[in-house]
Structure formats: C-alpha cells, structure tokens
Design a protein around this ligand. Structure first.
Ligand SMILES: [Zn+2]
Length: 203
C-alpha cells in the first residue's frame, strides 16, 4: 500500500507481505486524490481497480499513455480466465460476508477462503479489505462461552477477529470513500471486540 500526502509531499509505503531482497515492487496506476484535480480533468484520471477484469484495466490504463507488461497483465488467456474467476469469487464472498441478514451464507470459513484468494491473486494492495471482512466474520461467530477456561477468557474466534482487525488497520483498506471509517472501525474492533456491533451476531 502506498500513500502520498499532497500537503506534506510525504510518500509512505506499507508492505502487506514479505518482500525479498531485490524483489520488484509494483504500484497500481490509480489517482487517489480526486479533490485536488480540476473537475475537467477528473475523467482522465480514472481509478484502476485491481478487481476489474484485464480488458477493463488495460482500457483504463490508456489515459496513462502506456500498456502494462506486468506478469498479471501478460498471463496466458487460460491463466487469465482462472485468475478472473478467483477475483469474481472474491467479490461474491465479500457480498455474502457483508450480508448480515439471518439468511446470510457468510461464515468465518468463507472469510479464510477469501484471504487465500487474495493471497493467490497477490492482491496485496487490497488485502486489508479482506482482513476487515475476516475480522467481522470471526467476531460475529465469537461468544463469551468460547473463552471459558482460556487464558484471559479469550477464545480462538475472538483472537482471530482481533488479529485480522489489527492487520486491516496496519495495511489499510481500499474500499472507496470509506477508508478512514473502516480504519476507525477496525481499531475499535481490535481494541474492544466484545463492544463492537458484530460481536456474536452470527454465533
Ligand atoms: Zn499490469
């Protein structure tokens, strides 16, 4: 994840995974500060969402004046289809996990599958969003009874909820427009999981 502060011109980069010595670090060509772009230029700086299919990403990239030759954009058609199917699954899982109705199919197991898909797709810049869904799913499955007899009265599900919430805060989330709210919410969950609205909601 990278963040550029237009006021101080400070650029910060946060690694969401281990980086080997000499390993190339790539960024997504996205413009994160629409408020400082004149409205007339806005349409030229469209965000490139890594969850969009390749065709769409490459089309959006045209305004930057080059075509991408990164390994992801250069996948064979077969591999690209498999990758896009996994990305589509990320979207479906997230929709289910965001459904808090009683008929929701969202479970912690699904959230862990979601994390695996993010990792498989190396979607490191968006994985904070996955951690957010995982934190909520684990917290929703947690109960006070889980912690009986455990150190500090904290059960496994609560521990996992807190761990994912912390990772989400560290890495940040890309959910458009809601980044700051998500960060606050995940800090609160990591701090006091039992006081968070999601606690025990699906237990
Ligand atoms: Zn690319």
């Amino acid at each position: 994840m990278y963040h550029h502060d237009p006021e101080t011109l400070v650029h910060s980069t946060i690694a969401a995974t281990n980086i080997a010595e000499g390993e190339e670090i790539t960024i997504t060509c996205e413009y994160s500060y629409p408020h400082i772009i004149p409205p007339t230029l806005l349409t030229y700086f469209t965000d490139i969402d890594l969850l969009e299919p390749r065709e769409k990403r490459l089309e959006l990239l045209q305004v930057w004046g080059f075509s991408c030759t990164c390994p992801q954009c250069k996948l064979s058609n077969h591999a690209n289809l498999a990758s896009e199917a996994r990305v589509a699954k990320i979207g479906r899982y997230q929709n289910m996990l965001a459904d808090w109705s009683s008929s929701s199919g969202g479970t912690p197991e699904m959230a862990e599958e979601l994390m695996k898909l993010y990792e498989k797709e190396k979607l490191w810049s968006a994985i904070g969003t996955g951690h957010m869904y995982a934190a909520l799913a684990w917290n929703a499955a947690a109960s006070v009874a889980d912690g009986y007899g455990k150190e500090g009265g904290v059960g496994e599900k609560e521990k996992r909820a807190v761990w994912h919430a912390r990772r989400s805060v560290e890495i940040g989330t890309l959910a458009s427009g809601a980044v700051e709210n998500n960060r606050k919410e995940m800090s609160q969950l990591a701090e006091k999981p039992r006081e968070h609205w999601s606690w025990g909601l699906r237990a």
